[in-house]
Design a protein around this ligand. Structure first.
Ligand code: ADE
Length: 262
């Protein structure tokens, strides 16, 4: 994590030497979350919620491989009825879930656009090694860096190697498309994948010193001539099934380990 240094064997204040017990998986879109809820046979809280009344957020919970696992989704926009994608809903959801459930590991799973120039292919699942923003342009000294907000990922080299994931830097912005200015920032961020939530979840995880693993399945190639929206919609369910394979593998791998083992 940003500015991390060893603090009595703990990275950046994160408790990396305790066994992982409670895992919160933050997923922006219902279509990405539901296949995984089904695979893991998690149960939705319907009567009693850990969240304030009236919020559209949903939580699905169960015990998997000895872990308390909770998948949380930001739910449907109250006015428009579509998934509440983007940084604001997911940062609020991550914060509220972390305060209520006290996870010792967060996972952010979702889709991303990939850069073929950096080796990304449709269907790849990437673990983010660094998070940054590409649509927070503040050209004033120091605020410029704050805007980009680079955060190092929790190191998980063993997990990446053993589960044969790809790794790369993730750049986040609140748009599915990419303007020329976004592109310039994404290149400066050296990103292989771009999404709409990762850096926001990382901001909360970093603030609360909770280790985070980000798993992003590539639905579309950003640096080719194919239209992003068509590719994204076409490959969405394939990406959801890639995530419903990847997340259970990660949970199994993490079970009985500390974050420092990862
Ligand atoms: N999620 C899937 N594809 C994406 C893209 N091209 N940009 C941002 N988020 C995405």
């Amino acid at each position: 994590m940003a500015g991390s240094e060893d603090m009595g064997g703990e990275k950046g204040g994160q408790h990396t030497s305790e066994a992982v017990k409670t895992v919160v998986v933050v997923i922006a879109m219902q279509a990405e979350a539901l296949p995984l809820v089904e695979t893991l046979q998690l149960v939705e809280d319907e009567q009693i919620s850990v969240f304030p009344s009236g919020v559209p957020w949903k939580k699905y919970s169960g015990e998997i491989d000895g872990l308390d696992v909770h998948i949380v989704v930001p739910g449907k926009d109250k006015t428009l009825g579509v998934d509440s994608v983007g940084t604001v809903p997911c940062s609020l959801l991550t914060y509220a879930s972390a305060v209520a459930l006290r996870p010792n590991l967060l996972i952010n799973a979702g889709t991303a656009g990939g850069f073929q120039a950096k080796g990304a292919n449709i269907g790849d699942v990437y673990v983010a090694t660094e998070f940054a923003n590409h649509d927070r342009r503040i050209p004033i000294p120091v605020f410029d860096k704050y805007g980009v907000g680079t955060i190092e990922a929790t190191p998980t080299g063993n997990l990446i190697r053993d589960l044969k994931f790809k790794e790369g830097k993730l750049s986040t912005g609140n748009s599915l498309d990419m303007t020329l200015q976004d592109e310039e920032y994404i290149k400066a961020n050296d990103a292989t994948v771009k999404d709409m939530e990762g850096a926001a979840v990382a901001y909360v995880a970093n603030m609360l010193a909770i280790p985070l693993i980000s798993l992003k399945a590539v639905t579309d190639i950003v640096d080719d001539s194919k239209p992003t929206v068509e590719e994204f919609l076409k490959n969405m369910s394939m990406a959801a099934s890639a995530l419903s394979n990847a997340v259970p593998l990660v949970l199994k791998y993490v079970s009985g380990k500390t974050v420092a083992d990862l």
